[in-house]
Design a protein around this ligand. Structure first.
Ligand SMILES: O=C(O)CCC(=O)N[C@@H](CCC(=O)O)C(=O)O
Ligand code: ZN
Length: 350
């Protein structure tokens, strides 16, 4: 039987199979491609790929790549599906262990960011909070954490990177940007900066504290070089202009193949780095967010601008302009309404 039939029944590809089985509890299946690469479907929408023993892994690395943690952020899902179809057609050979994750299949089918609770607030153990008991998104986050631990353990000695691919709700003055989870005492390696530029991501945001997002879990607990990568704007399946995602597609394919990083080339030769200076949290009924609903990511606010007020105080931009990212007042109490950021530096890799 063809490997893809075993993995995806009669469905033409991984994505179609994942959507068709969104509510199923699929058993694990494992098979080998004609070149000896082992592919295990560990759950619906989750593939663990292992190159044959003896094949060189020139970058000495293991990769976790996820998309669809938010179900309506479809472009990166389509990119990963396309890359897997190429692999299954034998168009290239995989060099490194690879864990590929489509995060929230039921939300993907519904075309929603999430169904019961935002899955990207459930990592680093937050899925275990009593308020989330019994919710499928909490169970999925717990499962994904366990699987990532197992994958990291199996790849001990290899450099582990995790790219959690998203698209943003609002337009952005900087279309593509990555967020680097906070881990005390570390800084972004030059090779990761070069990879982001190769993927046509020219902006990097340094987080100021660990959080409950997926990339923060793999960074904090598995010591992975992890990034949340925002690649454009949310669109339904089939409505994405995939030409705008060719940079990340090419860069990921190159990593999967184990080729070395190409030299940086204009215009993707410098990375503008911002740092988070303040996280806006919905503090309750008297909280008021003074940023309009439709403002684009990276919109700048002048010194003195009032960003939010509540019964206890307010936040005012200091002496240097700050920009807003992910403004979203429609979040539960206690959750992030937006990030205030400030330009820090520009990195020009050799
Ligand atoms: O556009 C938006 O408001 C949200 C886009 C999105 O889903 N972003 C991630 C960022 C995760 C991180 O902070 O690393 C999220 O909000 O979960
Ligand atoms: Zn997202």
């Amino acid at each position: 039987m063809k490997a893809t039939n075993l993995l995806f029944d009669t469905h033409p590809d991984w994505l179609t199979h994942t959507l068709a089985n969104a509510s199923s509890n699929l058993p694990e299946v494992s098979t080998c491609l004609p070149d000896g690469t082992r592919v295990s479907r560990r759950a619906n929408g989750v593939l663990w790929l292992q190159p044959p023993a003896g094949r060189e892994n020139p970058n000495r690395e293991a990769l976790i790549v996820s998309a669809g943690v938010h179900g309506n952020e479809t472009a990166p899902i389509e990119v990963l599906n396309g890359l897997m179809s190429e692999l299954f057609e034998g168009r290239w050979a995989l060099a490194c262990p690879l864990l590929l994750i489509l995060g929230n299949p039921p939300a993907m089918v519904a075309g929603e960011r999430f169904l019961d609770v935002n899955m990207n607030r459930l990592f680093n153990g937050a899925h275990g909070k009593s308020e989330y008991a019994g919710l499928p998104e909490a169970a999925r986050a717990a499962f994904l954490e366990g699987l990532c631990r197992e994958f990291a353990l199996a790849g001990q000695g290899l450099a582990l990177s995790h790219y959690d691919l998203h698209t943003a709700i609002r337009p952005s003055k900087r279309e593509k940007f990555a967020l680097y989870p906070f881990v005390a005492g570390r800084s972004v390696p030059a090779g990761q900066c070069a990879f982001l530029l190769e993927a046509e991501v020219q902006t990097l945001l340094l987080q100021h504290r660990a959080s409950t997002v997926f990339s923060s879990f793999t960074a904090s607990e598995l010591q992975a070089e992890s990034f949340t990568v925002e690649l454009g704007k949310v669109q339904p399946f089939g409505k994405n202009d995939l030409a705008r995602f060719q940079g990340v597609e090419r860069a990921l394919r190159r990593r999967f193949l184990g080729e070395s990083t190409p030299p940086v080339r204009a215009p993707f030769d410098e990375l503008t780095v911002f740092e988070v200076v303040h996280e806006v949290i919905n503090s309750g009924p008297e909280f008021e967010f003074h940023v309009p609903d439709d403002v684009a990511n990276f919109t700048e606010y002048a010194p003195g601008s009032i960003i939010w007020t509540d019964r206890n105080g307010r936040y005012q931009v200091g002496s240097v302009p700050e920009a807003v990212v992910f403004p979203n007042r429609a979040v539960p109490v206690g959750q992030r309404v937006g990030l205030m950021i400030r330009k820090k530096t520009v990195i020009r890799p050799e």
